[in-house]
Ligand binder design. Structure first.
Ligand SMILES: [Zn+2]
Length: 293
């Protein structure tokens, strides 16, 4: 755990808890514009259920539906068709920022979806790969090279089952206030690592602790990032949800951060199950963030 020198005074227990978990919500986020009616249909949900049923029949334990194996009482509905065009166009929500990427902490959409994002890459549980595959969770992993260490193989497996890999710097530095060259090295350096490991060019970047400045946005743009992704909701190591601002409940379009927890805390799997139950309880499902930004 490193200090975050650029942070403003953060008084609430929730935010202090988020800091302990490794990331702190920024108070500077700029919400995206746009939004369109949802397209969730019963047919889509039925199709997904049928697909899950077919998969289950081929699994080694045919009596257990995947959702039951992962602690859910009902299947997770399939997300609606993604929007025809992304809801945040790079630069479009920052008219004064020129070519700077937009900064989003939630998506303005009527689609009944939230977005699951996992930070750092500390936990490498093979069963989490099974969970993502069996539940078809479209999760986004924001990876820090120094945290992942030699463990990129785990994330290659996660990627092969549908997770996306995104940028969370080389060394989890608090970027705000650092000179351009240092910020660029942290961001472009991790872009290069992810390209070398996965052959991809990540579009999304999450600054460690959620702290950033205009220099960060400039460096991110120069490294090929098209959107800077913060979060409104965090799932802490103890399984509690905290809300950076706004109502203390999940809403459509929320971006949920699941940071690395304490070694003694709940596993990513356990926290994900809790999160999915909460999502289902609100009548929501999980969408793919990259379809919206
Ligand atoms: Zn982090």
């Amino acid at each position: 755990m490193r200090p975050a020198p650029g942070l403003r005074a953060l008084a609430t227990v929730a935010l202090a808890s988020a800091l302990l978990a490794g990331c702190v919500p920024s108070t500077e986020s700029v919400g995206p514009g746009g939004g369109r009616p949802g397209e969730q249909t019963a047919q889509a949900a039925q199709t997904a259920q049928a697909a899950r049923g077919a998969r289950s029949a081929k699994s080694p334990t045919p009596t257990a539906q995947p959702y039951r194996r992962w602690g859910l009482t009902t299947p997770l509905p399939a997300p609606p068709s993604p929007p025809a065009r992304r809801q945040v166009s790079p630069g479009g929500d920052r008219p004064s920022g020129g070519d700077l990427p937009p900064v989003v902490d939630r998506i303005l959409t009527r689609d009944q979806v939230v977005f699951l994002t996992y930070d750092d890459g500390a936990e490498k549980d093979p069963r989490f790969v099974d969970m993502v595959r069996e539940l078809r969770l479209p999760v986004s992993m924001f990876l820090t090279d120094s945290v992942v260490g030699p463990g990129y193989g785990h994330f290659a497996r996660l990627r092969s089952v549908g997770a996306s890999m995104q940028n969370h710097t080389l060394d989890h530095a608090a970027l705000r206030g650092l000179p351009y060259a240092g910020q660029r090295a942290e961001i472009c350096g991790q872009q290069n690592k992810l390209r070398a490991r996965f052959g991809i060019r990540p579009q999304l970047f999450r600054p460690p602790y959620g702290t950033y400045d205009t220099t960060t946005l400039r460096a991110a743009a120069d490294c090929g990032v098209t959107a800077v992704v913060l979060w409104r909701v965090a799932m802490e190591g103890d399984g509690e949800l905290t809300y950076a601002k706004g109502p203390a409940r999940l809403r459509p379009g929320d971006i949920v951060s699941v940071p690395s927890g304490e070694p003694t805390g709940l596993s990513l799997r356990e926290r994900t199950t809790r999160l999915l139950r909460e999502i289902q309880g609100r009548g929501l499902t999980v969408g793919r963030l990259e379809d919206y930004v």
